[in-house]
Design a protein. Structure first.
Length: 278
């Protein structure tokens, strides 16, 4: 297994980009093109990819197989960036099987979740965010199973075609569940416009639209002596308060086909964080 960095320190006043939840896949050409263009043009001196970079990753051998032409091209673009700049990767719930071969081929350095970043006289806790969604009980059980080294070894021992079929079925089931939950939730909101924000939050969790647990996130920040959490996963970009005057900054997912387009980078420059819309 690849050693995971639990802490990263970056010296100097460079430009740091944070992205997550691009869900890159060959069928979403417009999002891929937007990302490829961004990678060519970004002034970033370092980049942090905080999970779900790929929609699915069935094993590193995909980049050496004709069926993985798309994935191999993405790895080449990452490698081009990392030749003279630092590139960091944190696994998400979609690409947790991206391991040593793909990391070495792309030049990415693997991060533990959570990871403490010290940069420009500031400290940030970085996370994908899925492990902090405590109301998503069924997913957390699944996460514990698939992050186990023995399970991963058994799964990766299967032929690539079989793994891709399993991943496709799991992804389809996940999307169907999300669609069902969102439709039911939106209908409930339309029928009860008087819902309070607390009631809305409870309904979102009940309908499967889980969010990070405030107390849990605050406790992680407290343990690491940090005030700010940066994460993805929830597809709810924004700044949110936590306990003890702490806060969390949620990265945007990417979707070039949506209206309006969801293509956003969180950038740290000269000690200031800004959201950059592409």
């Amino acid at each position: 297994m690849t050693d995971l960095l639990s802490q990263v320190k970056i010296d100097g006043d460079g430009i740091i980009d944070f992205i997550s939840d691009l869900h890159l896949q060959s069928s979403e050409e417009s999002t891929y093109n937007a990302w490829a263009s961004y990678m060519r043009e970004t002034p970033a001196t370092a980049m942090f990819i905080l999970g779900d970079f790929f929609e699915v990753w069935a094993g590193d051998d995909v980049i050496d197989n004709p069926v993985g032409e798309f994935e191999a091209e993405c790895i080449k673009i990452l490698k081009s960036f990392s030749r003279n700049r630092n590139l960091y990767f944190m696994a998400g719930n979609r690409d947790f099987l991206l391991q040593k071969h793909a990391l070495e081929s792309s030049g990415m350095k693997a991060l533990a979740d959570p990871c403490l970043l010290q940069v420009q006289d500031q400290k940030f806790v970085l996370s994908h965010g899925d492990a902090m969604c405590l109301t998503d009980v069924e997913y957390l059980k699944f996460r514990q199973m698939v992050r186990d080294e023995r399970w991963q070894s058994q799964f990766l021992a299967q032929p690539l075609d079989a793994r891709l079929a399993v991943a496709k079925a799991m992804r389809q089931k996940s999307e169907e569940e999300k669609s069902k939950h969102r439709s039911a939730f939106e209908n409930s909101i339309q029928s009860d416009s008087a819902n309070s924000s607390d009631s809305k939050s409870q309904n979102e969790s009940f309908m499967g639209l889980h969010d990070v647990d405030t107390e849990y996130a605050s406790s992680i920040l407290e343990a690491l002596g940090c005030e700010t959490l940066i994460h993805g996963h929830t597809h709810r970009p924004g700044d949110y308060g936590l306990l003890g005057n702490k806060k969390r900054i949620v990265l945007s997912d990417w979707d070039a086909s949506s209206t309006p387009k969801r293509l956003e980078v969180l950038r740290l420059q000269s000690g200031e964080l800004k959201r950059i819309k592409l």
